[in-house]
Design a protein around this ligand. Sequence first.
Ligand code: RIB
Ligand code: CA
Length: 306
Amino acid sequence: MKEEDRPARKVILDCDPGTDDAIAILLALASPELDVAAITVSGGNAPLARTLANACSLAALSGCSVPVHAGAAGALLAPYPPGWKGNGEDGMAGVALPPGAAPASALAHDAIRTILRQASRPVTLVGIGPATNLALALACEPLLATQVEEIVLMSGARGEGNATPGAEFNAWCDPEALAMILAAKRKLTLATLECGRIAAVTAARLAAFRAAAGGRASETAAAILSALLAGRPEGMPLYDPCALAWLIAPHLFDAQPAAVVADLGPGPSRGRTAIDHRGRANVRLLRPLDPDALFALLAQRIARLP
Ligand code: RIB
Ligand code: CA
């Protein structure tokens, strides 16, 4: 079957927009390879009220009709910690978004379960924020895991963290939720911090993005990338889009098996993802092979939006 003849992959996109989430959401909604059945939202980069409003605005900006569902305001066992200050109070680094429609009435984990239960073919779960909503959905109805084709998370780090020296932010926000996903025994792929560091936004990549010259969605995405880059001549890691680009253009990535365990302890390494390439692999770890081509994909796809 030719690639273009393959039916679009049905996905649920769980997020905490968040500047890099915004780029990932626009990429997902602009790509015919993906059929985004729902966007589900948690707190994380900003409090839930803000991330939910941002998700509704991004759906409106994309011109796509996709339901947005409110989810977890905190982790399974504790409130979420404060988000990265670089996202600003509005979670969008000060970049203005259009008003969005009201969110759908169902709560995120209920909506995830309904979509899985009613799906005529397996669904891919994509998580680019704390994994709380995904973990709750699978915990409430474990049998639905058979309806999950694959899980792709932006989560974890092979080396140094960004939230703490040991932990990546999404994993740190809710390590128990990540552990539940790791235990779900579904095909699981992680875009770790190292992915985002390779796929960093730089002045050259931003210029190439702007050259694609699309509509308001492209302009907004360029403004977000520019805000992320401001004052960082070395570039700024771009994390969340890697998880979606993997599903859209897997040839742009290397995927290596690894055994990953989430540290659930109370100490300084809480949320660390201990990665062992010798153990029984339970995930694949992504590494971008051509970050310039990844940015060209972002630009070309988002330029298709209004
Ligand atoms: O550590 C990076 C992750 O934390 C990204 O998903 C970013 O949006 C924040 O949620
Ligand atoms: Ca995120």
